[in-house]
Design a protein around this ligand. Sequence first.
Ligand SMILES: [Zn+2]
Length: 221
Amino acid sequence: MIPIVDIHTHHISNREDVISLRSIDVNEYRMQNELINLRSTLGLHPWYISNKNSIDNLAILEEKIADKTIYAIGECGLDNLIDVDYNLQIELFKSQILLSDKYKIPIIIHQVKSHEDILKIKREMNPNQPWIIHGMRLKWAIAKEFLNAGMFLSFGHHLLNSDSHLMDAFLQTPLDKIFLETDNSAIAIDDIFVKAAEIKSMEVQTLKEIVYQNFKTVFKK
Ligand SMILES: [Zn+2]
């Protein structure tokens, strides 16, 4: 049976037919260590960073990467709409990119109004590991820039809003660069696959197989 891959979620799934990667912030992990026992990704989310504990949090992240308990670093990235020092966001994003390359582990990226900086950092640092931009809601012109920079794109419940710019971006994104996700939403991953397959005019089963293949490519599983 081909599993359904939910590449980025904040919910716990007990379903055997779903591979879901639960995204955990390091602060959250410090309060609830057992979270990491699930399939998970761990990172310093830009919403929750501060000067106070970032050194400690990076050290904890590195320890968990080194002992191979997590699938990817993330979510991490840049958010231009929050009241968190943007320079600190950039510094910690770069630190996590270095860890990703040092330990050869993929990275899952949160981006809000920061695509130019993310592209610039990618060009400057020229990292080797797969990058997945999650929560895609950008139009094709920007999606294309991410794809040209070699990134994967993950789409979620925004696809169900029938926003024509997003549908167009999804339609034009090559199948071997696509992931799907539930993130924080209460919508089932199955419903997101149904909508995504409809936009791509393909069978849900075929899309499941393609996304599972992408999962195996990125995570070498
Ligand atoms: Zn998220």
